[in-house]
Design a protein. Sequence first.
Length: 152
Amino acid sequence: MLDNIIHDAGFSDVMQNNIQEILIYLFENGKNFGVLCKIEDVSFDPDVAEEVSAAFHPMTLFFLAGYTFETARIEDEYLVFEAGFGTDNFGSLTSVPLLSIVQIIVDETPLLINLATYKKQSTNVVKEVDNNGVENSMNSFLENPENSKFLK
């Protein structure tokens, strides 16, 4: 019975909506949070160095605070944010499919647990970032009407 539910497309839609609504709530209330996600589904632009990507576990926790939180947004079916990696704090635009988020964590406590395993056939592609990544990130942020509520 449980197996039928967690593999169901309808259940995945419900979980994706829940993930999105909780993230929006956290953004609107300025609450830092972590996402535990399936690293195989996460993309980086530009790609992170091999020694950095080799250190990622199949389930990797990203904590969104400070600049990373400020750049975070929901774009299509992705949580997108800029983060620094490695000892050189190498900047990369990180894109996490919402359904690849297994947990949303606040103050070391899981706020949401996603059991859905259904994989959507995605045709959406997150916009590429050129050498002016910060400027393009801000433009992308401003282009999304959903993000207007975060501007003061």
